[in-house]
Write a protein that binds this ligand. Structure first.
Ligand code: CP
Length: 312
């Protein structure tokens, strides 16, 4: 069984078969939910009620809540470290030690988000419990990439040979790194458009085509994926907000195919990455991504925990 009992720490650890199985199950959950507002999951009574621990050391709305919705829809119990200010982190406990202690409470799975923390990167690979990376530093956000690819498949009918233009602050984007891996693995062509101040740092981008002009990139693309300005990571002097010429507005969108789709992982800095008029464009699929996030993350949880059950 793909991913069963395993951690999902990076996009590179996701095999093509895993991706296909997750998409298949996510689509099934979405269809079942449309029919009956529930997923057909058999409780795994022999293993007792399964518990997912949620550890978010960085802020989140979409990722955390969609994992929680997904877990509840699957009949899982969720234990969340709700408020970091009321945890023992304020007494000086490290993130690594926090995770080791939560792991010692024997959750069935840990969902975790954190910043730049090499000690934690390493510690997570040694835990006995499966771990899902819900966003780590500027490196990886594999479940976002899976839900983005699922949304492309749903809207475009394929991923193979789709031309995905990633626009904006690639220098600090974990979303872009994971997307490059999953999209290429699925047969898409990927290119990017970013200012000199915000070029990708990760070597996996070395052979990826760059468009200097947003209009030129949009004429090439069938999917436009805008990125958030990651201002919380703009500590180094080289980085800055992406200039106006990288904002999606109606003038830029005039270059984009009528049947193309526009994605953004959120949260959108409205007026910065996307102008208000462009947000109302019929090609925008941002809330579709958010909706799909619940089904894709449910499929990931169910696959790792082995609770996918039978079709209704
Ligand atoms: N896309 C994303 O990771 O959003 P959140 O930070 O709200 O989880």
């Amino acid at each position: 069984m793909p991913l069963f009992g395993q951690s999902l720490l990076s996009a590179e650890s996701v095999q093509t078969d895993d991706t296909l199985a997750i998409f298949h199950l996510a689509q099934r959950y979405k269809q079942e939910f449309a029919r009956s507002r529930q997923f057909s999951v058999k409780p795994v009574m022999s293993r007792g009620p399964l518990c997912v621990a949620m550890l978010f050391f960085e802020p989140s709305t979409r990722t955390r809540m969609s994992f929680e919705f997904a877990a509840y829809r699957l009949g899982l119990n969720v234990v969340t470290l709700e408020n970091l200010e009321s945890s023992s982190l304020v007494k000086g406990e490290t993130t690594v030690d926090t995770v080791r202690n939560v792991s010692a409470m024997n959750p069935d799975l840990i969902c975790i988000r954190y910043g730049m923390d090499e000690d934690l990167d390493s510690a997570l690979t040694k835990l006995k419990v499966p771990v899902i990376n819900c966003g780590s530093g500027i490196y990886e956000h594999p479940t976002q990439a899976l839900l983005d690819a699922f949304t492309i498949l749903e809207n475009r009918g394929r991923i193979q040979a789709e031309r995905v233009l990633i626009v904006g602050d690639l220098r600090h984007s974990r979303v872009a790194n994971s997307n490059l891996t999953i999209l290429r693995q699925s047969g898409a062509e990927v290119a990017y458009c970013a200012p000199d101040t915000n070029l990708p740092q990760n070597p996996r981008w070395n052979d990826v085509q760059r468009f200097e002009s947003l209009g030129e990139g949009l004429r090439w693309a069938s999917v436009c994926m805008c990125l958030r300005n990651q201002t919380e990571r703009h500590h180094d002097q080289k980085s800055s907000l992406t200039p106006e010429v990288y904002s999606l507005d109606s003038e830029a969108l005039a270059h984009f195919p009528q049947d193309g789709i526009i994605l953004h992982p959120g949260p959108v800095n409205i007026g910065a990455e996307i102008k208000v008029e462009a947000l109302n464009d019929k090609r925008v699929r941002i809330l579709n991504q958010v909706e799909n996030g619940v089904f894709v993350r449910a499929a990931i949880l169910a696959t790792i925990l082995g609770v996918e059950g039978n079709s209704l």
